[in-house]
Design a protein around this ligand. Structure first.
Ligand SMILES: [Ca+2]
Length: 186
């Protein structure tokens, strides 16, 4: 009788310990923070086209400069270069679309829900010149940038939003840079 009592006490103790352990493991699991909700955005430099340029320039402009994308959260900025050329590796851009599609021409930014609600912005910018092959100063075509609250892209009905940067600082030349911002949705 006594040994039976000891066994049942041991059993009771084991059950109690198991219950205690599972209680604490449940508590630990409950303490695990919720995964942070994020949204991702792809910014892509798509193409360039010279919508206006004098015939004295020939069939194409000799375009060089830089296209950049940037995400800002408060005073923090994450900037990426989508396209860059200099005076010696310019690209021919005329009245038919020059498709960019080069390495690095699209980048993905990921923002947390908190950053989106705190006013995170998506910006893109282009600065361009047309090379002068005769050794005269190159023609500065201008600099243009746009900036929008990133959360706007999550509220639009389409995943992809088209934008354009128009550079027309130099008289008689208009260069358009086409950009897309895609809100990556599941
Ligand atoms: Ca030129």
């Amino acid at each position: 009788m006594k040994s039976k009592e000891i066994i049942s006490k041991k059993t009771a103790l084991s059950i109690f310990l198991i219950a205690l352990v599972s209680f604490f493991s449940c508590t630990v699991e409950d303490d695990t923070p919720e995964p942070i909700k994020t949204e991702s955005f792809k910014v892509k430099a798509v193409a360039m086209i010279a919508s206006e340029f004098p015939s004295t320039e020939g069939d194409v402009l000799e375009i060089f400069g830089e296209i950049k994308a940037r995400v800002t959260v408060g005073d923090q900025a994450d900037e990426r270069t989508l396209w860059t050329r200099n005076t010696s590796n310019w690209e021919p851009v005329g009245s038919t679309e020059y498709v960019i599609n080069s390495e690095g021409s699209e980048v993905v930014f990921t923002l947390t829900e908190e950053e989106l609600n705190d006013g995170a912005r998506i910006e893109y910018e282009a600065i361009m010149w047309d090379k002068d092959p005769d050794g005269n100063p190159d023609d500065y075509l201008g600099k243009h940038s746009t900036s929008s609250r990133a959360i706007i892209y999550t509220e639009l009905p389409n995943n992809e939003t088209r934008g354009s940067l128009v550079l027309k600082e130099f008289n008689g030349i208009t260069l358009v840079v086409r950009i897309t911002v895609e809100h990556i949705r599941d």
